[in-house]
Design a protein around this ligand. Structure first.
Ligand code: UTP
Length: 225
């Protein structure tokens, strides 16, 4: 059984409220492919999650509750996106286990977050691990992993291949500053490392990237592992 998992970052699907044109094109592209039997798609919270969380935080709302709110946002996005796929779940699974069971039934399984304390990158890594899948595509707003933050350093260089340990070091270095989007969180990288899941970090808006990874395991982005 050939499976793959995509972590669809909230920043790339956000629009007003979602970028439905992108979602439509992506769903058409993925549904036209026969290079995998089952595909898990884990959807981020994007603008919806951020707008609630940032405002509520100003009122001192408990962080665990803010995470629950974020999870609800990811699930709302996930159900919206699942609706663009024919052979997919119509109820959003709340755990990785449930999603893994649904992956035996549907070609596409779309889900959001699971519990407080992590992001959907970690959910995607756990789903890949649980379904013995060796390919995890991380669709982000940058086109790969850079040696420095490309927004701050114009001379930052994109890395084509990086090992897990170096990716973890780079991710922890970039997560120490306030707020910047890290290419992938440390927990998800640890899960990928222990189960030897190859991670492809790509600009999630470039549709041919999904095809070249799922067909040939090649990318213009970064391969971790
Ligand atoms: P995201 O995974 O989208 O978080 O979940 P993010 O990395 O902050 O945002 P992107 O990558 O820019 O989209 C949105 C929020 O939902 C909560 C967290 O608060 C997270 O910041 N969440 C999500 C959880 O608590 N648990 C989960 O399993 C998923």
């Amino acid at each position: 059984m050939k499976t793959a998992v995509i972590s669809l970052g909230g920043s790339i699907i956000s629009g007003d409220p979602l970028d439905f044109e992108l979602i439509l094109s992506l769903s058409k592209k993925l549904q036209s492919m026969d290079d995998f039997d089952h595909l898990g798609i884990v959807v981020g919270g994007g603008k919806l999650a951020r707008s609630y969380i940032e405002k509520l935080r100003e009122f001192g709302i408990n962080e665990n509750i803010l995470d629950e709110i974020g999870i609800n946002a990811t699930r709302m996005n996930a159900l919206s996106i699942a609706s663009f796929f024919e052979n997919s779940n119509t109820k959003i699974p709340e755990t990785v286990n449930e999603a893994a069971e649904l992956m035996q039934i549907y070609k596409f399984v779309v889900m959001g977050g699971t519990e407080p304390g992590h992001t959907t990158d970690t959910v995607a890594a756990l789903l890949a691990e649980r379904t013995n899948c060796k390919i995890l595509i991380n669709g982000t707003s940058v086109d790969g992993v850079y040696d420095m933050d490309p927004k701050k350093h114009p001379d930052a260089k994109k890395i084509a291949n990086i090992g897990y340990a170096d990716a973890i070091a780079l991710s922890s270095r970039s997560s120490t500053g306030a707020g910047p989007n890290v290419f992938m969180d440390i927990t998800s990288l640890h899960i990928a490392m222990r189960s030897k899941i190859r991670v492809f970090v790509i600009n999630g808006r470039i549709l041919p990237e999904y095809e070249s990874i799922l067909k040939h395991q090649t990318t213009d982005g970064t391969v971790i592992g």
